[in-house]
Design a protein around this ligand. Sequence first.
Ligand code: AMP
Ligand code: MG
Length: 401
Amino acid sequence: MSLLPVSEALEQLLSAAASDAPTGAEQVPLQQALGRILASPVQAAHDVPPWDNSAMDGYAFNASDIALAQSRGLAISQRITAGMAPVPLASGTCARIFTGAPIPPGADTVEMQENVEETDGIARLLQPVQPLSNVRPRGQDISRGTVLFDAGQVLRPQDLGVIASVGIAALEVRRPLRVAVLSTGDELVEPGHALGNGQIFNSNRFTLIGALQRLGQSVLDAGILRDDPEQTRVRLQELSQQADVILTSGGVSVGEADCLGQVLRESGHVELWKLAIKPGKPFTLGRFGDIPVLGLPGNPAASLVTFLLLVKPYLLRRLGCTQTAPLSVELAAGFERAKAGGRDEYLRARIENGRVVPTGNQSSGVLSSASQASGLLLIPAGGTVTRGQLVSFLPFEGLLG
Ligand code: AMP
Ligand code: MG
């Protein structure tokens, strides 16, 4: 059986996500909207700034009085601080003004106080000034009616600031997806318990739940599932009633004990399986009833990599995000790889002296090299790497955020 290219798998996942039921929307106050995904566009109901205002502490006057301001000086007819409502400026006078204060009607130019000499209520310019200087015009930042954000935008701190700047206090955002996380394997015990013969601690549960929490999704921790077809069927049945998505690890390889794949084939169905990706070949997209089952390989590094590259885009698209591709930057390789592989290979890597280098053991069972890494480095199928060659590096900040 030939392996499915990652790009095709991703396309199938994204189109599945687009046709799977979208999550509902809810209204949240702005202060709870960080990291949430907009369910409807945001439009500016105000200009920002709402009025012309001074960019400097200084003096405001009309450009037609510049010559007079330089020769005899202008009488100071009012003092305007930020937050005040000014009165119209009498012709031939100026206003003492401070940063952020509204420009009075009749004025259009500000000179900073460092270039002005003030004596006995008269302000005189020490040097020429360009008309219209140091005024921040109304609507310079945002003009009323502009669509600031489309639905699907993940809200970052600066986005909340922009939305606040137009006076909006609450937003329509997508409800989180309920994601059930199921760890399969007879060998698994939870940390905190004694390790029996042949057992290992369940690490995927923590990696996957952590990644889902970073995405702000609602986690249904379904614990450990034994390698038993009947138990697997029952558990998938239960979870398919409770969750929007079932995320599993383990049990999707080709071995006899890999009963998750077997149960999906018999009692649900498998939409894609066996990808040209390393680590992560056994990744499976299946369905139990209507509920998508994203079956990750058991090997911890494979589980992490397939979550980041395949599950996360699926979840984002399901939440209405248009932008699902992770940030990727081109960096010079600080290593060599002479032998080409048959699968897209994602190495755990970090940046050293401006060059990207793999972090230690890249076996799919080794997770510590992921902790030593700051991202993933892609070697496309069939590719080799020479020192200094540009390679794609995907920082974890982008992959997890
Ligand atoms: P599987 O995909 O079930 O064949 O598992 C592949 C490898 O991953 C085996 O060595 C498993 O013991 C290991 N593994 C499976 N699930 C987990 C888990 N939750 N935490 C840590 N290792 C696991
Ligand atoms: Mg297993």
